[in-house]
Write a protein of this length. Sequence first.
Length: 252
Amino acid sequence: MKPIVLITGATSGIGQACARRFAAAGYNLIITGRRSNILHDLATELSATGAEVLPLTFDVRDADAACEAITSLADKWSQIDVLINNAGLALGLDKEYEGNIDEWATMIDTNIKGLLTMTRLVVPAMVARNSGHVINIGSVAGDAAYAGGNVYCATKAAVKAISDGLRIDVADSAVRVTNIKPGLVETNFSNVRFRGDDQRADNVYKGITPLTGDDIADVALYAASAPKHVQIAEVLVLATHQANGTVIVRNS
Ligand code: NDP
Ligand code: 8X3
């Protein structure tokens, strides 16, 4: 029987790249996100490669919907081997004292509470089976705040604390917990952050070769494929000319 990976936010960027990588590596997939049409197109694409794929459309901020989706899984899908908590976003680069309160709530509800909801729903069965792996997509933004990053950076610092806390809480089991902290990855992330201003989004990646979703998917697959006694606890992955969240050397 193939192992099963559940990926949140599989409709774009890092999550979609993880779906393709894990399918190619022999996993069956539960792919989730809010955009049903993209999920179903991806399911069709990956099914053609031999993977069994279950698309589940829900918003991770809606705990009832997430609960309904997970608790009603058919038996064949209920043994989730790898949970990739990837769904997330940044909104804006406003100064904290000028920020948009609704946008803060969206980031907190998605990046922290959505991740926690999925963890709460999936991990008990992993602990009961004494087997499983949670891979959280944190960020270099969680290591230190940068200008205008305030609330987004706080959500990714929370992902680190939540990952570390879970690792402690499952240490008496064989469940593994990984926090992957990417730097600049060219996805739809900046288009979302700048509320559809694609020119501003493109500028984020000007003068540097950024990471791709595939680069992060490779790390996730490596962590999941490591021998069972090896727990890749945390990985900071940066583009070669990025040193941390604020030092990026661009060619002019
Ligand atoms: P994308 O915008 O390309 O993808 C974001 C994904 O998250 C989409 O699939 C989207 O799906 C999903 N998503 C967002 N909100 C929700 C929600 N409320 N419910 C369910 N799914 C949701 O960005 P990335 O691939 O870059 O981002 C993925 C993760 O990587 C995020 O957690 C981000 O913070 C993190 N990250 C990104 C970096 C980067 O530079 N790109 C660097 C470091 C970390 P849909 O819209 O269909 O719901
Ligand atoms: C996304 C990377 O540097 O834009 O988490 O915050 S950054």
